[in-house]
Design a protein around this ligand. Structure first.
Ligand code: AGP
Length: 611
């Protein structure tokens, strides 16, 4: 996601836009830029945070009554000044800020290059800017006509605000798939990706809909579709306070991010699944699939929740690729002088891309000659910049300290990697590959369904909010889920919790079981189901309280457990992204009931950039 802010009116625009961008930095913060119109557009942009942009602009001393700004979360082109927005068209007539993905940008770029148009960035946004310019000049059109024509040619998503140097006194805003809100002031108008930067100036807003195009002047706005059909704007009152709006109505970022997981999973596979579901296209790994298919061993290094995703990676890569996998805490890997041989691949998993131990592990692995890959969520962060290749999870910025959508999207990235390698090694035939992908694309709907247990989980949380300990059990793909569920509980509710492979109970932990010990068992249908039934019987025989996460329609465990939470059926390989949902919700509700600071738990930081 990126953040867009625009202003047109009688006030100085610069500070309104810069301060608005600061409020949107949670949407992405790898580079930022602004265009200020006094007698012409002046564009300032830089890699880094909005505060770096502010310094640049204040030094230049430029201001005007019209400005558009952007804080980027890169999708096309690495985060740097050239790729930062605003993007300027090749004759500098149009200045564009954009949030979204122009999916047919390659074809349009080739078409324009064939007509002599030169490009300076790697972004899809510059393609849109140059397409508008090209149509404007070739067809001798007005800015509105050229913009409208261009938007009818692009495929994909956009929230876009455009300034035309030859038509001062107006801004153009259009939306398809990426939100844009217009604030209606007295003799002034505001535009932003959400209402956060607007509500301190006006409560009156117009939410653009897909295919809307707004031509905005200081004191008037014309709204139409991109097919030139007039629309009567619907002005709404925003009654949320600034602080809440960031959470879009959710009480905490963590809950918002738990509920964002259907979209996050969808965005992580969007553009990577071939239209006929016959395969995957993981562009970021393209030049390394050969090496991965021939790897003697894959070592996965990570911390915390990312380590738990890595454990799922071990199971899925060994099952589908038959490549030996070792998973290690990055903090241990980096100090024990590990043996790394030629032919080894090291894969680093990190939401932030800045975790010091994981970054150090990456550097050590490179020193020892391994090919190093990454799975990260923050584009342009240190780990992606230092690895040879990788996969970005498109979960969107994760603000809650407790990782939720990072885990599910990391698992999905690992599963997609494993499927593609397995297919390339002919371990998966085309028919099976297609059926696996069909189940993959059904995941957002199944996660939506899993989220419907939220109210039931709240009741469960009331029952266990005063527990002092908890044990989480799982087998196979569900063992890492048990570990992740335990981490969630302990890091935000401060209840001591441990995750174990269910069979491990007999080797010590079962001594902990009594009537005060809640035991969460992740026990959806998979090949060790009968074994976990026995483990539950062992716990029940010692009066332990069992909370079972089971496949909907389960007829065995649901008759044994004290509490049963049903989740949709799926293949074992996808079970982690479904079964973790109730565990995330359980930890969230218990923490809230205990009055803990869910989004900023004590002693923790979102990204541990120190050792
Ligand atoms: C998980 O909820 C925690 N926030 C923490 O364990 C986190 O997963 C860990 O610090 C690793 O962070 P990273 O994924 O950004 O590297």
């Amino acid at each position: 996601m990126c953040g867009i802010v625009g202003y047109i009116g009688s006030q100085p625009a610069r500070d309104i836009v810069v301060n608005g961008l600061k409020r949107l930095e949670y949407r992405g913060y790898d580079s930022a830029g602004i265009a200020i119109y006094d007698t012409e557009p002046h564009v300032f942009k830089c890699k880094g945070r909005v505060r770096d942009l502010e310094e640049l602009v204040l030094k230049a001393g430029v201001d005007g009554n019209i400005a558009i700004g952007h804080t980027r979360w890169a999708t096309h082109g690495e985060p740097n000044e050239v790729n930062a927005h605003p993007q300027i068209s090749y004759k500098s007539t149009f200045v564009v800020v954009h949030n979204g993905i122009i999916e047919n940008y390659t074809r349009i770029k080739r078409h324009l290059e064939g007509r002599g148009v030169e490009f300076s960035s790697q972004t899809d946004t510059e393609v849109l800017a140059n397409l508008i310019e090209h149509l404007y000049l070739e067809g001798d059109l007005t800015a509105e006509q050229a913009i409208m024509l261009a938007l009818n040619k692009v495929e994909g998503t956009y929230g876009v605000v455009i300034m035309c140097s030859r038509e001062p006194g107006k801004l153009f805003a259009a939306r398809k798939g990426s939100p844009l809100v217009i604030g209606v002031g007295e003799g002034e108008s505001f535009i932003a990706s959400d209402a956060t930067p607007i509500v301190e100036y006006t409560q009156r807003v117009i939410y653009l809909n897909d295919d809307d195009l707004a031509i905005i002047k200081a004191d008037e706005m014309i709204l139409k579709t991109i097919r030139n059909k007039p629309i009567t704007p619907e002005v709404k009152e925003v009654d949320l306070k600034i602080g809440e709006i960031d959470k879009e109505g959710y009480p905490h970022f963590m809950l918002k991010e738990i509920f964002e997981q259907p979209r996050a999973i969808h965005d992580t596979f969007r553009g990577r699944v071939l239209p006929d579901h016959s395969g995957l296209r993981l562009g970021g790994l393209f030049n390394s699939f050969e090496a991965m298919s021939k790897a003697d061993r894959i070592l996965i290094v990570a911390c915390g929740t990312s380590y738990h995703a890595a454990l799922v990676g071990e199971y899925v890569i060994e099952e589908y690729c038959r490549i030996p996998v070792e998973v290690e805490y990055a903090s241990e890997f980096r100090y024990r002088n590990p043996v790394i041989k030629k032919g080894d691949i090291v894969l680093a998993i990190s939401q932030s891309g800045e975790t010091a131990d994981t970054l150090a592990a990456v550097r050590l692995a490179k020193e020892k000659g391994a090919m190093v890959l990454g799975i990260c969520n923050v584009v342009g962060s240190s780990i992606p910049r230092e690895t040879n290749a990788g996969v970005y999870t498109h979960a969107g910025p994760e603000i809650g300290v407790a990782s939720t959508k990072a885990f599910t999207t990391q698992v999905l990235a690992l599963v997609m990697m494993a499927f593609e390698i397995g297919f390339r090694k002919a371990l998966i035939d085309q028919a099976r590959y297609t059926s696996l992908i069909e189940e993959l694309v059904a995941l957002p709907g199944k996660i939506e369904k899993a989220l419907t247990v939220n109210d039931a989980i709240l009741e469960l949380a009331k029952y266990y909010q005063s527990s002092e300990n908890a044990i989480y059990l799982g087998r196979g793909y569900l063992f890492p889920v048990a570990m992740e569920g335990a981490l969630k509980l302990k890091e935000i509710s401060y209840i001591h919790a441990e995750g174990y492979p269910a069979a491990e109970m007999k080797h010590g932990p079962i001594a902990l079981i009594d009537e005060n010990m809640p035991v969460v068992v992740v026990a959806t249908k998979e090949n060790t189901y009968d074994k976990i039934v026995s483990n539950i019987q062992e716990v029940k025989a010692r009066k332990g309280k069992v909370i079972a996460i089971v496949t909907e329609g389960d007829q065995v465990i649901s008759k044994m457990a004290d509490h049963v939470v049903e989740v949709p059926d799926t293949l074992p390989v996808f079970a982690p992204v479904i079964t973790v949902i109730p565990l995330q919700l359980l930890s969230y509700h218990i923490a809230v009931l205990r009055g803990c600071d869910v989004d900023q738990p004590r002693n923790l930081a979102k990204s541990v950039t120190v050792e």
